[in-house]
Design a protein around this ligand. Structure first.
Ligand code: COA
Ligand code: MG
Length: 299
């Protein structure tokens, strides 16, 4: 019997990207106690440095102490024929998961999953130890969200990529983001429907922390549970937005307590602070507590 060493998947608030060929940044990211790091082999690495990227990522995985941080690797999209090498060389470092860019079909996710079955067997790992996260950042990816979301049991998260999507659609990026709102909304709806984490696009204006917070707050209010980040100074503001304040936690706990009390005395709805409370509000309160747990604020 193979040993089960599958860890439960944490909810990731900030997922910090770094170029896979940059050991200095990877070392820095490893020591930051961030929820997840993504060592990139795709667009963050120049085409003539892909080999360097793969060996640096493998070495980082084998030698650095990442603490509690989830270790993810973004591979290249299928069209270049680089995926097999990306996986083959980095699997030796035993990453926690792979991030797949520009996913447009269920088949793409399933192909990677099949490759991983063989590698896991070969390495003596339990099946499905290695997770997958799919970035939706092309028009076809958005159109095919329904099949992608149900493609494979390794898939744990959908990630929204606004910049590539706008490029693919010929849309112009604006601070308000209405040009990608349909896709951003569609992604979080599909993630919710199929039990996946929803992770928002990175904020690329590095020094505009107010803008970052506003975009993160908007994502959180839409139901996103995490966000990609591209610079260390974005990690804390993003985590802060996804961590509910103490008053909100206390209120959620109180609502759930009152709900249980009312249920026990045979009533499904009641009044709290002037508003009718029924199941949708209780579910919202449960989500607040899930985020509080993720932030380590409650057990
Ligand atoms: N991960 C880890 N460390 C990072 C980092 C990252 N994403 N971005 C910057 N740092 C480090 C720098 O190495 C520097 O470290 P030091 O103070 O020890 O020398 C420090 O943080 C400050 O960096 P700064 O000078 O402000 O950034 P920069 O101008 O050198 O780099 C970017 C800007 C955008 C190139 C850089 O943030 C980056 O590489 N981001 C990730 C890009 C990426 O992976 N893109 C692909 C997915 S979209
Ligand atoms: Mg991209």
């Amino acid at each position: 019997m193979m040993k089960r060493d599958v860890k439960p998947i944490p909810l990731w608030r900030a997922l910090l990207f770094m170029p896979g060929d940059d050991m200095k940044k990877i070392s820095k990211g490893a020591g930051m106690d961030v929820d997840a790091v993504i060592m990139d082999l795709e667009d963050g690495v120049a085409i003539n440095r892909k080999d360097e990227g793969r060996s640096t990522v493998r070495e980082a995985l084998q030698t650095l102490d990442f603490g509690q941080t989830t270790r993810l690797v973004r591979i290249n999209p299928p069209r270049h024929g680089w995926q097999a090498s990306d996986i083959h060389e980095t699997m030796e470092g035993r990453p926690d998961g792979y991030v797949l860019p520009k996913v447009e079909s269920a088949r793409e996710v399933q192909n990677i999953s099949h490759t991983l079955i063989e590698r896991e067997l070969y390495m003596g790992l339990a099946p499905e130890t290695i997770k997958l996260l799919a970035i939706i950042e092309t028009a076809r990816g958005v159109v095919n969200l329904r099949e992608i979301a149900q493609s494979d049991s390794r898939l744990v998260a959908l990630i929204f990529g606004a910049e590539d999507l706008a490029g693919d659609m010929g849309a112009v990026r604006t601070p308000e983001g209405w040009e990608v709102f349909y896709a951003r909304s569609k992604l979080v709806t599909h993630a919710s429907a199929f039990g996946l984490q929803a992770i928002d696009t990175p904020y690329v204006d590095i020094d505009n922390i107010d803008g970052l917070k506003a975009q993160t707050r908007q994502a959180m209010m839409m139901g996103y549970t995490g966000k990609l980040v591209i610079h260390p100074k974005h990690v804390d503001p993003v985590c802060e937005v996804f961590s509910p304040p103490d008053e909100e936690i206390a209120k959620a706990q109180e609502l759930i307590r009152l709900h249980d009390e009312n249920q026990n005395s045979g009533s499904g709805v009641f009044r709290f602070e002037g508003k009718m409370v029924d199941m949708p509000m209780i579910r919202a309160a449960e989500r607040v507590l899930a985020r509080a747990r993720q932030a380590g604020k409650i057990d």
